[in-house]
Design a protein around this ligand. Sequence first.
Ligand SMILES: [Cu+2]
Length: 168
Amino acid sequence: MKKTLALLFLSTSLLIGCGGESKKSEEKQSIKINSSSNEKVKEEGISEVYLSGSDQMKYNKSQITVTAGDEVVLTFEHAGKLPKEVMGHNFVLLKKGTNVQEFGQEALEYKDNDYIPEDSDVIIVHTEMLGGGQKTTITFQAPEKGDYDFICSFPGHVALMNGIFTVE
Ligand SMILES: [Cu+2]
């Protein structure tokens, strides 16, 4: 079935054959469908992201890349065992130009709000704070193209738990 699909796409792109953008995107699709069956085919208009945090105070990735204009479906999981009170993790996406260390400092004052500064104008989106074994999914529109910082705002975590969220 997979192979038939790939062939179909290949022949479509050959038929189009006259060049231009449409041919390019057809080729892209056929390559994706043709790749190993374990690999998920990207759904049109959706950038799926999986991120996890550990008991070692680390994210599983320091770089996330999504497609401009896409809806981002981000699943965040605390893959450790420690409770939220001692090793809580979240995902906070910050606007361009935000001083990450300063933000982390400010967040300290918002324990009652899971370390999310209320009425902050530098947060694009964030997840709730999770403890070991918990998982959450958030959906949001990808911001404009560029590089953004993402961090965990639990006290002291920003130093190790940070990364770049690229929209391209
Ligand atoms: Cu954390």
